[in-house]
Design a protein around this ligand. Structure first.
Ligand SMILES: *Cc1c(COP(=O)(O)O)cnc(C)c1O
Length: 404
């Protein structure tokens, strides 16, 4: 029998990274702005922007840093209200608080996506929006963009966990004014830590780059599409020179050297992740106790985990299911039940305004999260699915057997 796989181990970093890192170790050139041109961070920015289909990219220390800089680059006044989903990672409201703004939470539905009616109801009172594509689940971006464009409200996409997801064939992160991604180890590309933002707005990227730590004339090493100099971008940098604080959230060349050889792996990881997810989803949906919400029509997902809701189970049964799965070697996280979970909004006690979101709370109490790293084999996926099905059977009794 195959043992439950280790779902926390990462895929090996491509060997091409070793040569790049060895060269950096020899030269000691780890700071992005020392080389006159073609530093690994600058090359990563050009490659990432091209891969995603954006004009500019700015690599930084984390996705949280990218979100913070995006808010600062929008020039929002102190105490501006920023609408975010009630289901996201604590880093998102944290970045809003860090930018001296006030997070406003909206309801999220049983399918982990923003409740558009509640979003609309809260929109007139806000100056910016962060859409968090939580665990890669894409909210209705057609509705969101129409609502925000009509009110001239800028949209930041938190695509930390959505790299490779598309909406109507377009990359997630290119739909709003700015898109932010993470290279933390549990995301599609792993550098341990790291983040990047993409945008088509020269003024926004110039402001973000200066605040990220492009002090003095280091901004001259930021280029336009294809690494070419661009008058619009240079004019924006000249305009903001010396007028913005430096937060020093830069990326190191070492991180870029680890990330760049993974970019060509992305398409395969997305394909394998989606195949694996849909295979396990099919098996789980065979039980009436599990519901894996379907994607929205324009969405093509890039999952490295699976989320599903428990159907008709109370809290005692839910805890018994989690314990039974754990006993067999599969860790199930119910977002609202695990102590101090960073994705349960009631644990964000640092928020200036506390809210109650009954619909989101109900979802968090039944939504299960299981990691499915893209490298898992069919046999390993079957072990996970078998354990989840057997564990729910322990709690609810054996599944009815139909037919002869
Ligand atoms: C991981 C994650 C973040 C934070 O990314 P860091 O790079 O660790 O700062 C933010 N939002 C979502 C949805 C995430 O999954």
């Amino acid at each position: 029998m195959t043992l439950p796989p280790n779902v926390h181990a990462a895929e090996p970093i491509p060997t091409a990274a070793k040569d790049a890192i060895e060269a950096l170790m020899q030269s000691g050139d780890l700071f992005r702005y020392t080389a006159p041109q073609d530093a690994p961070v600058a090359l990563l920015e050009a490659e990432f922007a091209e891969l995603l289909g954006a004009k500019y990219a700015l690599a930084v220390s984390s996705c949280s840093a990218a979100l913070f800089l995006s808010l600062k680059a929008l020039g929002l006044p102190r105490d501006a209200r920023v609408l975010i989903p009630g289901f996201t990672f604590a880093a998102v409201p944290s970045s809003v608080v860090h930018a001296d703004c006030v997070p406003v939470l909206c309801e999220v539905g049983d399918n982990y996506r923003i409740d558009i009616a509640d979003f609309t109801a809260r929109l007139d009172d806000v100056q910016a929006v962060i859409i968090s594509h939580m665990r890669g689940h894409t909210s209705d971006m057609d509705a969101i963009m129409a609502l925000c464009e009509a009110r001239n409200i800028p949209v930041i996409e938190d695509a930390a966990h959505s790299l490779g997801t598309t909406w109507h064939g377009r990359n997630i992160g290119t739909i709003g004014k700015v898109g932010c991604f993470s290279f933390q180890s549990y995301k599609m590309i792993n550098a341990g830590e790291g983040g990047i933002l993409i945008t088509d707005d020269a003024d926004l990227v110039a402001r973000a780059a200066i605040m990220s730590g492009a002090y003095e004339h280091n901004w001259k090493k930021h280029k336009g599409p294809n690494g070419a100099p661009e008058p619009e971008l240079e004019a924006a940098f000249e305009l903001w020179q010396n007028r913005l604080p430096l937060y020093n959230l830069r990326m190191s060349n070492l991180s870029a050297a680890v990330i760049r050889p993974q970019l060509p792996e992305l398409a395969r990881r997305v394909r394998d992740g989606l195949d694996n997810h849909d295979y396990v989803a099919g098996r789980l949906n065979s039980s009436p106790c599990f519901d894996v919400p379907a994607p929205l029509m324009p969405e093509r997902r890039a999952p490295d985990s699976i989320q599903f809701n428990l159907v008709g189970m109370d809290e005692v049964e839910t805890r018994a299911f989690v314990a039974a799965a754990e006993e067999r070697g599969v860790k199930v996280q119910v977002f609202g039940l695990s102590a101090d979970n960073a994705r349960a909004y009631w644990n964000w006690q640092f928020l200036p305004e506390q809210v109650e979101l009954p619909q989101t709370r109900a979802m968090l109490m039944k939504a299960c999260d299981v990691r499915l790293p893209v490298r898992l084999t069919r046999a390993e996926l079957d072990v996970i699915a078998d354990i989840l099905l057997a564990s729910v059977g322990d709690v609810t009794g054996p599944m009815p057997v139909y037919g002869t």
